[in-house]
Write a protein that binds this ligand. Structure first.
Ligand code: SDX
Length: 429
């Protein structure tokens, strides 16, 4: 039985249906609001807006729950297999044996970049930010797939998903090698997804890098935890760009740019800068906490807070445990982890943070593990891209398959000059 909500304005009242999701979330369907009433709803950060219906990921921010296609994240990291989770997100179920085999073959076949693309990396300065390179190279990659530009492109979606998911590793590794002036290492068809990526990052022509199984597991776990998070800023960007019928590569390249921001995926780099600042003695833990509470300081406790989680981010809880496991296995003692633990303890005892329900998020501990693996800090957000790519692809595909899809085109409230306001700019031109 459908529920209804009413909106009254002046002498008039309009009735709108309530739609309900499979986990009981409810929304007022105001698709006809403007044509009925001339009114639009105003919410600049979309905090109160459901911009789509999706069956991919469910988050309960109050309870700290995250599920991919109904499976709790805690279950998916028990035996971490990022390729399996990528398939789950994109195709809606864990891969059958034949599907897994076919997808792995596609990933292996598609790991190489078109040879001419190698020269594109040389066009960037060695100091180029790897996120700029990554976004540019994803778009450049589309030039090698002209079929993508046909509006009725009939490329097999599994193949093109494998292309992107496989090649993003090679793009990331080559961006890193370029920045260090190192030779490019070709993918090794005998290696699994994460081991191959580490091989391309760290091998030398005379010395093959062999990933420790614990490190390989840690990387699978990290990529799984970053793989999707419903309508976050970058995924919404991918959906908005895709809604204009832009191709998958262009949409994901846009997602990279959105993820780059310090308030989003760029936070994992900002967390390490914050921890290093405290480690270098510029500020004590207590001084940093106090500074993060001052609105005019321009400083935030990076890796803390979340638009949706008003409880501990379940990914942060898993990563905190993984930090200890990986560092112990590698016999590394990282002073930045100790500082992170002190910051968390101090913040969670401070009413400023507890009253605002600010807890560690996915970015607070992830950098400690990336650093232990040997990933340089400026590559941390690129690691987030590799993890998030299956989520972007899944959402782009889910939207593309929706027969009711229309181009995303929000409205605004105009506050500029009017012909009668006396501010008419025409006179000044
Ligand atoms: C990711 O959306 C997703 O799902 C994103 C993500 C994903 O997987 O895709 O989870 C990945 O982006 C995680 C977030 C990474 N960013 C950071 O760690 C940057 C630090 N965090 C903040 O900038 C902030 O918490 C956000 C951006 C994460 C959330 O911002 P909101 O929802 O707009 O919250 P807000 O700014 O309105 O904060 C509410 C209050 C404010 O104080 P008051 O005005 O109430 O006095 O809390 C304060 C804020 O000043 N606050 C913080 C804070 N975060 C919020 N104060 C100090 N330090 C912080 N980190």
């Amino acid at each position: 039985m459908t529920d209804f909500a009413s909106i009254k304005y002046g002498e008039k009242e309009w009735i709108y249906p309530i739609i309900e999701g499979s986990e009981g979330e409810r929304a007022i369907d105001i698709s006809e609001l403007r044509s009925d009433s001339g009114l639009v709803a105003y919410d600049p950060s979309y905090s109160n807006f459901a911009v789509c219906k999706s069956a991919i990921t469910y988050i309960d921010g109050e309870s700290g729950i995250l599920r991919y296609r109904g499976i709790p994240i805690e279950e998916l990291v028990k035996r971490p297999d990022f390729v399996e989770v990528a398939w789950l997100l994109i195709f809606g179920h864990k891969p059958e044996k034949d599907e897994r085999e076919r997808f792995r073959k596609r990933l292996t076949k598609n790991a190489h970049l078109p040879e001419r693309m190698r020269h594109h990396f040389e066009g960037f300065p060695a100091t180029a930010h790897p996120m700029a390179v990554t976004s540019a190279m994803i778009n450049a990659l589309s030039c090698f797939y002209p079929e993508l530009f046909n509006s009725e492109w009939d490329v097999e979606f599994e193949e093109i998903s494998a292309e992107l998911i496989s090649k993003i590793r090679t793009i990331a590794a080559y961006a890193y090698r370029r920045s260090k002036g190192l030779p490019y290492i070709y993918p090794d068809p005998k290696l699994r997804y994460c081991a191959n990526f580490l091989h391309m990052l760290f091998s030398m022509p005379y010395d093959q890098y062999v990933a420790d199984p614990e490190i390989e597991d840690a990387l699978n776990l990290l990529f799984i935890l970053h793989a999707d998070h419903e309508q976050n800023c970058s995924t919404s960007t991918v959906r908005i760009v895709g809604s204009s019928q832009a191709n998958l590569f262009a949409s994901c390249a846009a997602g990279v740019c959105a993820l780059w921001g310090r308030l989003h995926g760029g936070a994992n780099v900002a967390v390490m800068e914050m921890l290093q600042q405290i480690h270098d003695g510029e500020l004590t833990v207590k001084q940093y906490i106090e500074k993060a509470k001052q609105k005019d300081s321009g400083c935030k406790l990076m890796g803390f807070g979340h638009r949706i989680y008003k409880n501990y981010d379940p990914r942060a809880r898993i990563l905190k445990a993984s930090c200890h496991r990986v560092l112990q296995k590698l016999q590394i003692s990282d002073p930045l982890l100790d500082i992170a633990l002190q910051l968390e303890e101090a913040a969670l005892e401070d009413p400023y943070f507890t009253e605002r329900k600010l807890y560690p998020n996915v970015d607070f501990y992830s950098g400690i593990i990336f650093r232990a693996i040997g990933i340089p800090t400026d590559m941390f957000t690129v690691m987030f891209v590799i993890g998030r790519l299956p989520g972007w692809i899944a959402h782009w595909h889910e939207q593309r398959e929706d027969p009711t899809l229309r181009i995303a085109r929000p409205r605004q409230i105009y506050t500029g000059p009017t012909p009668t306001s006396g501010q008419n700019c025409a006179e000044k031109i």
